[in-house]
Design a protein around this ligand. Structure first.
Ligand code: PLP
Length: 477
């Protein structure tokens, strides 16, 4: 493909995306196909001779579109949002166009420098204490990782490094292997699956402690677990607090958990993957009170802050523990600029680095702080509206309401709500998933797409109302 063809192909692809967004509202949110559908649509072998880009692009409608779940549809209310904005898309495109690999400062200085600066912007925007920022005098700083899962795992490895260093400095008689074999971590039973996975990957058992009826991990529960484990000869090391849990968007209190972590010398990591974006709005920052106790903090601009996947923002109070955990030098990586800019490869798992800061920069500049605040407030208002609709029907109950997520159910036995969700799912007009609230089945309604409007909320509610009518009609016959 030459430059001329690339121009045509690229422009046609942008038009394709624009057409997709213009028609997305009319597409059923869930695909109609069955597993294995694609096998019949494409040959078993790759083509020997290259094909024209036009033929390939045409196949998007035939092969790909039938198997797309429309996450950006205004009728998508499952999981949490995955951001997709035009500035974000263009940022991704340009970054692919540069084709660099930011494995050191000199490997592409703009990669590192824009990341340092945009992470300062972002940290200030959500009100993080100065000590987390790259622009502070201290050893703290921010970095963009690929996912919250990676961040929780990386922070766990840093916590492990710190614990070993601290115990050795205190003159422990244990060997490094003995220390590592006794380490234990804590989070709540509401934490994301990735938290448990971080424990598995990092060979540190992760105790998922019971929460109260609102899904919050209480200080006494954590303190008792730590005491119990110390009595067993284990070494408590790492705590993951949740600001915005996946099931119900519940918020642990950092002011409650922080002092325990400080007293017990545990690394406190904050997982605010979804809800962290809300701290862009000053009225929600109180939910982050106590963040000064945290050793690391994470939220995903790729969830709610309009930056396309992947963009997971991580800040640490002391980057030394990351760098010490991950620093492996080779002659081919030597850089005469050492110490003048962060070498982000030491802050992450992979060696190569994407130019994620570009799309973040585009979103921050093109939306502006006010644009992002407007987006967050609008989505929360839509969720509140859905809550009002549910509350107005006395067959239903609202189980929880937080940020852009409402959990609700039909009153009575769980099987009624299970049936309701199943029936709505069969119609494929909206996409919602199940959750648990206080150990009971509930339906999660999340405002996800930036295209969702009040009329879409009414549409979704009518889907549930009609499905409920059917259930009660059958029951009463
Ligand atoms: N933490 C929370 C609270 C989440 O809701 C999620 C995903 O929804 C994650 C972590 C995992 O995020 P990622 O896909 O970036 O690893």
């Amino acid at each position: 493909m030459d430059i001329g063809e690339f121009r045509e192909f690229g422009k046609a692809a942008v038009d394709y995306i624009a057409d997709y967004f213009e028609t997305i509202r009319n597409r059923p949110v869930l695909p109609e196909i069955k597993p294995g559908y694609m096998e019949d649509l494409i040959p078993a072998e790759a083509p020997l001779e290259g094909e024209s880009w036009k033929e390939v692009l045409e196949d998007l409608d035939r092969v790909i579109m039938p198997g797309i779940t429309h996450w950006q549809s205004p009728n998508f209310h499952a999981f949490y949002p995955t951001a997709c904005s035009f500035p974000g898309i263009v940022g991704e495109m340009l970054s692919a166009g540069f084709g660099c690999m930011g494995l050191s400062w000199i490997a592409s200085p703009a990669y590192t420098e824009l990341e340092v600066l945009t992470m300062n912007w972002l940290g200030k925007l959500i009100g993080l204490p100065e000590e987390f920022l790259n622009c502070s005098q201290g050893p703290g700083g921010g970095v963009i990782q690929g996912s919250a899962s990676e961040v929780t795992f990386i922070a766990l490895l840093a916590a492990k490094e710190k614990k070993v260093t601290d115990l050795k400095a205190q003159g422990t008689s244990l060997t490094e292997a003995e220390i590592k074999g006794k380490l234990i971590a804590y989070s709540s039973d509401q934490s994301n699956s990735s938290v448990e996975k971080a424990g598995l990957l990092g060979s540190m058992p992760m105790r998922l402690l019971p929460t109260d009826e609102s899904g919050v991990l209480r200080a006494t529960v954590l303190a008792n677990a730590i005491k119990e484990d110390r009595e067993k000869g284990l070494i408590p090391c790492y705590v993951v607090a949740n600001l915005g849990t996946t099931p119900t968007c519940a918020f642990d209190s950092l002011e409650e958990l922080g002092p325990i972590c400080q007293k017990e010398e545990l690394w406190l990591h904050v997982d605010a993957a979804y809800a962290g974006t809300a701290f862009v709005c000053p009225e929600y920052r109180y939910l982050n009170n106590g963040v000064e106790y945290a050793d690391s903090f994470n939220f995903n601009p790729h969830k709610w802050m309009l930056v396309n996947f992947d963009c997971s923002a991580m800040w640490v109070k002391n980057a030394k523990y990351l760098v010490e955990a991950f620093n492996v030098e080779r002659i081919y990586l030597k850089d005469q600029h050492k110490g003048m800019a962060p070498e982000y490869r030491h802050w992450q798992i992979s060696l190569g680095r994407r130019f994620r800061a570009l799309k973040l920069w585009f979103v921050l500049r093109i939306y502006g702080v006010e644009g992002i605040q407007k987006h967050v407030r609008h989505q929360i208002a839509l969720a509140k509206y859905f809550e009002e609709l549910v509350s107005g029907d006395d067959r239903f109950e609202v189980c929880s309401s937080s940020m852009g997520l409402i959990c609700f159910k039909l009153k009575g036995d769980d099987t009624l709500s299970e049936k309701l969700l199943e029936n709505v799912g069969k119609r494929k007009m909206i996409f919602c998933i199940a959750g648990h609230h206080n150990h009971k089945f509930c339906i999660r309604f999340a405002v996800c797409s930036r295209l969702t409007e009040r009329k879409d909320v009414i549409f979704a509610w009518n889907e549930f109302k009609e499905a409920a009518d059917e259930i009660f009609e059958v029951k009463n016959q």
